[in-house]
Design a binder for this molecule. Sequence first.
Ligand code: GUN
Length: 287
Amino acid sequence: MSARIIDGKAFAAQVREKVAAHVARLKEVQGITPGLAVVLVGDDPASEVYVRNKGKQTLEVGMNSYEHKLPAETSEAELLALIERLNADPEVHGILVQLPLPGHLNSDLVINSIDPAKDVDGFHISNVGLLGTGQKAMVPCTPLGCLMMLRDQLGSLSGLNAVVVGRSNIVGKPMAQLLLGDSCTVTIAHSRTKDLAAVCRRADILVAAVGRAEMIPGDWIKPGATVIDVGINRIERGGKKKLVGDVHFESAAAVAGAITPVPGGVGPMTIACLLANTVTACCRANG
Ligand code: GUN
């Protein structure tokens, strides 16, 4: 193995420390405590784990956490009424509605009812437009975390060839916008891309966000490239359950210059960036 392993867990701990210091200053100087409201509809076990982790880490950095757990059969009108209350609440600086929502609820409608200034996920259509036009936006947490790791590894990204594999609204598209903002030459590839291997081999920066276990092997990677693996796929191998990324780690690590592991790479950065976004929203709300 030759690649440097990018330690997302340690990096996320550093981000949380900075957030905690900022929160402490806000309390001391302005008497304000940033607050994050997380809304969970239904009882999806994976979502419950995520929401619990978010609440725990929010409290650990000294912020207020407001959890709203609603039954699966909650109506759209009830959910919209809660969001309206949170939008109007001056103690709440960030609002996150955990996705996916139960099928009878219109996710786009719900997300777009959040005050864009409190939309710490960066999913509101206003924030999508602001990011796309290079203006001050709330930026989705996972791509923001990836960008922070890339800047930390590489310094300037200017002029580098970046390939983003995956075109989701949550990761692929905003990731491409962020890389473009840092003056990369950006290609968005996906499962229908012709000769995906050749496209990937051109990448100085390869961000894999397709959600297919170990789809990208080492021989698709340019020697020395920086590889960011967003995938979290649960597989069973040799009778054991295992988490793997979208990149085949062992073969990729033999070729890449640096690579994020799964777990312990991108994952921990997502919640750290959510906390950072909440502090940003609080600072913007309070001048
Ligand atoms: N479900 C899985 N990841 C996310 C996320 O980043 N934000 C929200 N709101 N829901 C999610």
